[in-house]
Design a protein around this ligand. Structure first.
Ligand code: SF4
Length: 189
């Protein structure tokens, strides 16, 4: 998909008041387009890169301005990484408004770091993410007891710690509800 920081292709309007796509009260951006085609995907209607609708990023920012009482913004889909430039732009704006950022992607962190070697936008976007939920959904590893993810191979990666240490560091799930992830957080990038 062509990278663009003026428009984003979305599967739906900005969702508000979610409590299942990360901690706290969250808004969710449902991006359109995914090439992973995981068996058992719950949103196959979001695979088509020509589906959904093209929305000006300024309109998304206006919708973010309208949010009240929300602590975070989650990018899901589809796979937001196919529109990393647009998502990076929106994430920067959301962080400036005090929202923490969670991103669901079918790519692994290691794949994204490799992709960053030829296109730095992936790393730029990752620097603005608090938690990256990475990896394809694997039906054979599906587990309904997992926190905020669908299959056991997927990880909740603490991006600030991971990028500062250079070593993949997972979110401490037992402490997450006592941490910043329920709070509005300041920019760290
Ligand atoms: S990465 Fe997500 S949206 Fe894409 S096919 Fe897999 S489960 Fe579906």
């Amino acid at each position: 998909m062509e990278q663009n920081n003026k428009y984003i292709r979305l599967a739906a309007d900005l969702q508000t008041d979610s409590i299942v796509d990360g901690p706290g009260l969250r808004a969710v951006i449902w991006t359109q387009g995914c090439a992973h085609h995981c068996k058992g995907c719950q949103n196959p209607q979001t695979w088509d890169f020509n589906g959904g609708g093209l929305v000006p990023i300024e309109m998304v920012k206006d919708a973010i301005d309208e949010l009240e009482y929300h602590t975070g913004l989650t990018f899901s889909g589809g796979d937001p990484m196919f529109q990393a430039e647009a998502c990076n732009e929106i994430a920067e704006y959301a962080r400036s408004k005090g929202l923490n950022i969670w991103v669901y992607t079918g790519f692994t962190f290691e794949e994204l770091m490799k992709m960053s070697e030829t296109n730095p936008i992936y790393l730029e976007f990752m620097k603005k993410i608090d938690v990256l939920v990475d990896g394809r959904f694997k039906l054979e590893e599906r587990d309904l007891s997992l926190l905020f993810r669908g299959s056991r191979n997927q990880r909740l990666i603490d991006m600030k710690k991971t990028l500062s240490s250079g070593k993949v560091t997972l979110l401490n799930e037992y402490e997450y509800n006592e941490t910043k992830y329920f709070e509005r957080v300041p920019m760290y990038v």
